[in-house]
Design a protein. Structure first.
Length: 94
């Protein structure tokens, strides 16, 4: 479900961390990156609320957004993947 929102708002999923996902935008200097991340978070909250109503059970979601400088790079040779580094990423709550 979240993948549809990612594509719609042009956000990159970086990786899964346990039951969380790390996404990013603005790596190429886009000026509206903060607004897009907020839209993504609100979209995810809406999806979870709709699902919770459909299954008639409480389903919770936690959304955290951080902004600041970071380094991005591709790591690995057999299965290369994008990863993010820096203080902005380290404070990502799990």
């Amino acid at each position: 479900m979240y993948a549809c929102v990612l594509v719609e708002i042009d956000i990159v999923k970086v990786k899964n961390i346990g039951d969380a996902i790390m996404c990013c935008c603005g790596l190429f200097g886009e000026k509206d990156h903060a607004l897009r991340m907020v839209r993504y978070g609100l979209g995810m909250i809406s999806i979870v609320e709709d699902y919770s109503k459909r299954v008639k059970r409480t389903v919770n979601i936690r959304v955290g957004i951080n902004s600041g400088p970071l380094m991005a790079g591709v790591i690995g040779s057999k299965t290369p993947m994008l990863d993010l580094f820096g203080d902005t990423v380290v404070c990502f709550p799990l």
